[in-house]
Every structure is written in C-alpha cells, then in structure tokens.
Design a binder for this molecule. Structure first.
Ligand code: ZN
Ligand code: ZN
Ligand code: FE
Length: 750
C-alpha cells in the first residue's frame, strides 16, 4: 500500500470547540500517525498512512465536524514522511496573529442528561460543562483560550476531573471550564443584606421554594445577574414591575423544555430549532391566548419572548420551579447588568428578595440574545450571548489595517477588525448612563488587550455629543490613529453590505428612529446610493419638526403634532384632540411657531410614532419603539389598500397619506388603517426602487424589525426582480452600526 504524509491547514471556528480531540479520534480510528496542533491561524494537522485512508480522513474531517466547529478553509500539501508510531495532540503554543475568542454555548444534550442521572458524580451540579457546551466568552480573561486564562484559574482540578481533561477520548478533553462538585464552583443563597442563608443544594432548593411562593430571586447566571419570578403569578410579576420601575416593556420567559415552550406559544419548526440551538436566544413568538402566563408579563402584546434553560443552573432552577419563570436582566432600566455579587447587592437590593449566587467570576456582562423568525429566516434583535464575539468575515484584504469602531448611542456595540475579520462586541445597552459609558470603555480595553491590537483607524458617528463619538476622538488621539466619522444611515447600509460581501453600487433604504444627517437634520427615512466608502442621498421622507427633539422618542404624540403642524400650520392643534392638555398645547405650538427646540426630521420611525398616536394606538408615553411595535401588532394582514405617498423629486411626501388617514380613521377600523399605512410606505419604497432602477437593494435600520413591513416589502421587491439584502448576522437596528462604521472606514483607506 502506498503511504503518504499530508499537511492539512484548517481555518474557521476550530478552537475551544472540541476540534482537536475530534481530529485525534478520526486519525486513531483510521490507524494514521502524525499530530494535530492549534496554530497561529487555525489548526494544523500532519497525518501519515495509506493513501485511501488519508482520503477518507479528509472526507471525515469535513463531513463529521463537531457541532460547534466551522471549517471555513481547508488546504492540503504533501509533507516528508516521518518515523512515528502514534497520533498525538500537541499542546497549544502561544496563539499567533489572529486568535479567535469563543462564544458561550448552551448546555448540550449529554450534560443535560448527566445532571439528571443520580448515579453520575455531576448529578444536579449547576456548573457542569464539556467541550461541546458551557461558558466561554463570559469566563475568558486572555488568549489563548486555556484554563489559566479563565475565571476558573483558581479552581484546582480534582483527580477525576484531571483525568477527563487529559484524556483525548473523553468528552471533557481540554474543556477549559471543566468542574465537578468536588473541585468546582458552588452556589450560595444570600439575603438582600448579604447574609449567607444556605449553600450548594440547600441554596438551590430554598431559592426554588421561594420562587414558587412568589418571591423575586436575583440569579447570578452566565453573563450577569438576572431577576426571576413566577411568570404565572400576576401579583408577583406586578411587584417585579413596580420594584424595577419598568412599566410595560415585555419580560422574557425561561422554560425548561420545548414542550413547555409549546404550551405558551404557537411555535414553528424554525423557532424550535432556534430555541434549542447552542446560541439559545430569547425567541419572540406568537403567544397562545390560553397560556398560563400572567397578564403583566407582556401586556397587550401578541408576542412572547421565550428561551430554553441554557445552563445547568437554569435547567435545575427551571425544572425545580415546575413553571415558566420571568427571566429579565438584573439592572436598572437600560443600564448594563450587574456581574459581581457586590454590585448586585447594591443595585438590586430593593428589587430582589433573595440572591442565588456563585463563586465562578463573570468576566464581562453578556446579556441574553433576542431573535425572531421571519419567513423562516432568523432576524437578530439583540446580538449577545451565544453569537458574540464570533468573527464576521469582511470583503477586504487579509492585510487590511486594524479598525476600531465605536457605534452609536442606543443598543451600543463596538467592532474591532483585524485583516479581513471583524469582531463585533455583545450588545452593550444604551450608552446614556454613566455605567453604560464605562462599559463601553471597558469593552474597548478588553478587545484591544485580547487581540493585542493597535488600531490604525478609529471610526465613530457624526453626532458630536454621543459618548461613543467622544471616546472615538480620544482613542484616535491616544493611538495617533486616523479618525473617520461615518454618517449613521450610511453605516446601517454598510453593515448589511459587509456581512453579505456586497460590492458595487446598491440602493439602500435606511429607515429608523433617527441619526444625525450630513446636513444637520435628523435623518431616518433615507434612500441612499450605497457605494462602499461613499454614498449619495437620493431621496428621503419629507421633513417635519419634532417639538422637544429627543423627548419625542418616548412621546409619540409629539411626532403627531410635528407632522400636523408641518401639514396644517396653526390649525394642527384642533386635529390633535385630547393628546395634550391646554397648557401643553400652547407651549408646544409656540415652540413650533418660533422653531425653537424643534429639529427637522425625515425619520420613518417618527412617522410611525405619529400615526400610532393619531390612530389612538399609543398616544402618550412608552419605551422607545413601542408605538411602532403596537401599530405593527394591530395590522390587519388581509387589507390590501394603501394611502397615497407622492414622490416629488427627491422627496417622499406623506401629506397626501396624512389627509387620507385623517378621513379614513373616522370610518375604518384601526387595524385596517394601520395596514393601509404600512402598505403605503412599502409601495412607496417599491415605486422609488423602480424609478431608480438599480438591481440591488439593501434594507436596514430599526424600522425593518417590523415583520409585516419587511416581509411584504421584500416579497414585493423580489416580485419586481430586485435582489434584496437584509441584515442577518447582526440586528437591523443600531446594534449593527459599529460594523458598518468599520466597513466604511476600511473602504475609505487609500
Ligand atoms: Zn456538554
Ligand atoms: Zn472535579
Ligand atoms: Fe439607526
């Protein structure tokens, strides 16, 4: 038999995912000799044996790849034969230029069974994991990803764990966070004053009992503290809302099984696959009306966000409680989550009755991801646990200089590029609080030290007052790096183009709440010619004034007033009815007449708010985006009619729409009015796309989180022969801005 030695180079997600033991097992099974090792740029294998077996080996590497691994590139070359008797796994060397940082993985099937098997030594052990599952990004302190550089560093492996860790045939071979009741982290139960009440199994069972009685438990989870409460107990859920000062924003639900998820929501096969994926996000699904969930969990909302228990700790709590639990970030309003017990005892003492904590330090806050399924396509609404910080391949040279991009203001993220790879951080929340700003800074330092990167370019938004913009300026000075300011909607489109490797011209619709435009007004209903580094504003929504500026984000009625004032001047107040008190009316009208504190906007998001208020769907106050969400939720999908929007030059004029809507609402149901409004917008987009005549269309910006609008618009554009690009690996909202900024910066370089 002809013997050969092959050198195999593999790139992709191949570290921290059980790839080397997999290679080892395959090689042993085929009687090959040689080695496998983590290299600077992936995994290197040398394998020697009969030609046919080597061919089979190559085949198996690609067809039997472990679930978490992803081979992006595999190349082979022949190597000189060696005198060897074994196949070995060579220990990691210091990782080289482009190491990868693994994402956290939801508990795997085997570990799930193990913790429920009384004969196993990890029976009911909340920190069970293996190479196929467990914490990664939330415990890693440096690279390469090895136990001494994780927050398990101080837990010395017991004999039994060490054996598993060192045995290439074991599921826990080189599972860095490996632990057991004898040597690993453990639970404690604390009072809000920090007094120790119980430990280990006793802590767990007392916490579960308290949950069953309606108490609020702060749980130190995987990426931070969460607040849990019985989701079937209306009184308890209301108590959580009051204490957390969160009025209406829906809570997510934690369940222990798919079966339980099915009892709460009308699940589709795609949604179930997403729920039980290793990323295990919160999935927004159609709520069953007959479900047992308390009203206050998601008031007046046809959807429910559900996630499957994704760590052994969540599995044990959720199974023990025997009911769905509210599981919401342990924070104040939109601030970052607490990660240490000390922080939690300060911040959450007035909210939680008990604290179930552990001694495995959380290195950085990582929130639960949120997703929904649209026509069997996954749309991320918040990219965090499970997804971040998986690299995104960019359509640029692998020699490209490193760019650091700081993103926007709401739903903050940062992006660091190294060559053709972009690492987008987890969702950092809104950056208007001091703690949000400090998290942004920490994340920057985190990324720079992890990857030992020195950015050649720093990118930020045009808005001068954003925390992120100011930090971008400071960092560009610190690194003597070029500063590139990227217009908000240009960045939205570039993010989408980047992930799809779209090059060349495209027409982009960037519809969102607001971002600063190049002309100083607030943009948000933009049609841009996207050309990579450059853009041209081809068309936009007709502008209207926003009385009070920023205040309008949480008060849809202000958008309504601005819209009416633009169309009807002083007569607008009469049309508003009872949305404002007398004194408010006088004050706002005078602001509008004088044009003081009334920035002009072309935002589609604010148009949604205005219409929502005019139809009486959500007139007063609420959380950002709520009015638009509620308008979407009441749409009658069978309604085909629409209101007129005229396209004059470069302007989408909504005034005909407004007149038609004001007349229509007297005689037509709100659901049909809402549908006609949605149809008007999407038909205007189709008409504009046809007029512009370019074959490629990008849709991005927060408005495209709207399922009805997006699905129908995509279908209509495709019917007309357009090729449509939408964000998939990042959310369409401002969570994608940092990637877009980085992309524009890279394309702007000479
Ligand atoms: Zn596992
Ligand atoms: Zn152990
Ligand atoms: Fe935006």
């Amino acid at each position: 038999m002809e013997r050969q030695r092959l050198r195999i180079q593999i790139q992709g997600i191949v570290q921290g995912v059980g790839f080397r033991p997999f290679v080892y097992r395959e090689a042993i099974a085929l009687g090959l000799v040689g080695f496998v090792r983590n290299g600077s740029d992936g995994v290197t294998i040398e394998a020697q044996g009969p030609k046919e077996r080597l061919a089979l080996f190559l085949q198996n590497l690609q067809s039997k790849t472990p679930p978490q691994a992803l081979i992006q590139k595999l190349s082979t070359s022949s190597a000189p034969s060696q005198e060897e008797e074994h196949f070995t796994i060579i220990e990691s060397q210091r990782a080289g230029v482009r190491p990868s940082l693994p994402a956290d993985l939801a508990i795997c099937q085997e570990c799930h069974e193990e913790i429920q098997t009384p004969s196993e030594r990890r029976f009911r052990y909340p920190f069970t994991n293996c190479t196929n599952c467990g914490p990664r990004y939330t415990i890693v302190t440096g690279l390469p990803y090895d136990r001494p550089l994780t927050s398990l560093r101080d837990f010395v492996l017991c004999e039994a764990c060490r054996k598993e860790y060192q045995d290439p045939r074991d599921r826990r071979f080189h599972a860095q966070p490996v632990a057991c009741p004898a040597c690993g982290p453990s639970l404690s139960l604390l009072s809000p004053k920090g007094e120790a009440l119980a430990t280990k199994e006793e802590a767990l069972s007392q916490a579960i009992e308290a949950l069953q009685k309606g108490s609020i438990v702060a749980l130190q989870g995987l990426g931070g503290f969460q607040l849990l409460v019985d989701a079937t107990n209306e009184e308890a859920v209301q108590r959580l809302r009051q204490r957390k000062r969160r009025e209406e924003k829906p809570f997510a639900i934690l369940v222990s099984s798919l079966l339980e998820a099915r009892s709460l929501c009308l699940t589709t096969p795609e949604e179930e696959a997403l729920l039980s994926s290793p990323e295990a996000p919160i999935v927004l699904m159609q709520k069953r009306t007959e479900g047992e969930i308390a009203f206050s969990v998601a008031p007046q909302n046809p959807f429910l966000g559900v996630m499957l228990a994704y760590t052994p700790l969540h599995v044990l709590v959720s199974q023990g409680a025997k009911r769905p639990l509210v599981c919401t970030s342990g924070n104040l309003s939109d601030e970052p989550m607490c990660i240490t017990t000390e922080e939690a005892l300060i911040t959450l003492a007035s909210i939680a009755d008990l604290f179930l904590v552990h001694n495995r330090p959380i290195v950085r806050p990582v929130d639960d991801s949120v997703a929904r399924v649209l026509s069997s396509r996954t749309m991320l609404l918040r990219r965090a646990r499970g997804f971040a910080p998986k690299p995104i391949q960019l359509p640029v040279s692998s020699e490209a200089p490193s760019v650091l991009a700081l993103g926007g203001f709401l739903k903050g993220t940062i992006t660091l590029t190294m060559g053709d790879q972009a690492i987008v951080s987890q969702h950092l929340g809104d950056l208007d609080s001091a703690s949000g700003a400090s998290l942004l800074r920490r994340t920057v330092e985190d990324f720079l030290s992890f990857f030992e990167a020195t950015p050649a370019v720093v990118a930020g938004d045009l808005h001068p007052d954003y925390t992120s913009t100011r930090l971008a300026e400071a960092l560009s000075e610190r690194f003597s790096a070029r500063l590139i300011r990227v217009q908000h909607h240009h960045a939205h489109l570039a993010a989408c183009a980047a992930e799809h490797h779209l090059v060349g011209d495209a027409v982009g619709f960037a519809w969102d709440g607001a971002g600063l435009g190049s002309d100083g007004t607030l943009w948000g209903g933009e049609t841009l010619l996207y050309q990579g580094a450059r853009f041209t504003r081809l068309a936009h929504l007709r502008t209207f004034p926003l009385p009070g500026g920023e205040k309008a984000i949480r008060e849809p009625r202000r958008s309504a007033l601005g819209l009416l004032f633009e169309a009807f001047g002083d007569k607008s107040i009469e049309l508003l009815g009872s949305l404002f008190s007398r004194s408010e009316q006088t004050a706002l009208l005078s602001m509008l007449q004088r044009g003081v504190q009334c920035p002009q906007t072309s935002s589609v998001g604010r148009l949604f708010d205005a219409v929502s208020a005019l139809l009486g769907v959500r007139p007063q106050r609420g959380f950002e985006g709520q009015a638009a969400m509620m308008l979407e939720q009441i749409v009658d999908p069978t309604e085909e009619g629409s209101y007129p929007i005229s396209i004059e030059g470069n302007e989408l004029d909504w005034r005909p729409l407004l007149e038609a809507l004001l007349q229509d609402k007297q005689k037509t149901s709100v659901s049909r009015c809402a549908a006609r409004f949605h149809n008007a917008l999407l038909e205007a987009a189709v008409a504009l796309a046809k007029k512009l005549g370019l074959p490629k269309i990008i849709l991005s910006g927060g408005c495209f989180q709207n399922a009805f609008l997006t699905q129908k618009l995509v279908r209509r554009l495709q019917e007309e022969g357009f090729q449509v690009f939408q964000p998939e690996r990042l959310p369409p909202n401002d969570g994608g801005l940092s990637l877009g900024q980085a992309m524009v910066a890279l394309l702007s370089l000479p």
